[in-house]
Design a protein around this ligand. Structure first.
Ligand code: SAH
Length: 244
């Protein structure tokens, strides 16, 4: 499990975020994967405001209360909205360039750190992980580690608001049947590598979790998981609290 932050020379998303912040536009942020065709991440999307957010994210911002921790905060779109609503939020990210941009955009409490870094401590009433928050676990086998870590950072009456998508639609054939190898790795495990101009990031694992699996792993970790919002495309928002 990685516990460190990115170096500037290997932070393509951060470089794209910085360009967009400074000039209002960015080049292509390419997303490579051993499993899919090359894709692109629209950099402007990382700067979305409330009205352009999917319903699952809007709901997460509405549900957020107390002191909030935004993990993997990116360009700070959720943190800025929460601040505007008068809520108190700390934003963390492993990308030093994104953290600089968040500060420049007015996010008051920013720390460049990895959620798994043992020196990062705190007690938060709401923990946000948005834009496929389960991705940070990387592999299904690491999901209990992530959830247990979040449990440490959550106050007793706190909540985790995390979104993901059920990737099963990728494996759907024309008849509507799902062609998934149940003996293979979990179908929500993918790998990505990002490239922006001449900056190439290291490949990384990224986990999409279906709701049934997320609920089962939460239960193993002594947590209760409720799906509180469903999106248009197999995406959903979960609210996780301590099981009593
Ligand atoms: N939440 C933002 C950005 C999502 S992209 C949004 O919705 O727009 C995922 C972000 O998580 C990236 O900025 C990446 O740098 C950050 N990240 C990935 N692993 C992390 C970790 N272990 N700890 C903290 N941040 C992490």
């Amino acid at each position: 499990m990685q516990t460190d932050t990115l170096s500037i020379s290997q932070d393509p998303m951060g470089a794209a975020i910085r360009d967009f912040h400074l000039t209002g536009k960015a080049g292509r942020l390419r997303v490579l994967s051993s499993m899919f065709e090359e894709d692109e991440m629209p950099v402007a999307h990382l700067f979305r405001t409330f009205k352009d957010m999917p319903r699952t994210e809007q709901r997460a911002l509405e549900e957020a209360y107390g002191n909030v921790l935004d993990i993997g905060a990116g360009a700070g779109c959720h943190a800025l909205e929460l601040q505007q609503q008068g809520k108190s939020v700390k934003a963390i990210d492993i990308s030093p360039l994104s953290c600089e941009v968040m500060k420049e955009r007015g996010v008051k409490d920013v720390e460049c750190t990895n959620v798994f870094c043992p020196t990062f401590i705190g007690q938060f009433d709401t923990i946000l992980l948005l834009m496929n928050g389960t991705g940070i676990a990387g592999k299904l086998s690491n999901l209990p580690n992530l959830l247990n870590r979040l449990k440490q950072l959550m106050s007793k009456d706190g909540q985790i608001l995390i979104d993901s998508s059920d990737l099963k639609y990728i494996y759907e054939d024309e008849d509507g049947a799902f062609d998934i190898d149940l003996n293979g790795p979990y179908y929500g495990e993918v790998d990505y590598q990002m490239v922006y101009r001449n900056v190439k990031g290291e490949p990384f694992d990224w986990l999409y979790t279906d709701p049934t699996m997320l609920k089962a792993v939460c239960e193993q970790c002594g947590l209760k998981c409720e799906i509180i919002e469903k999106g248009d495309h197999y995406d959903y928002l979960a609210k996780i609290t301590l099981a009593i």
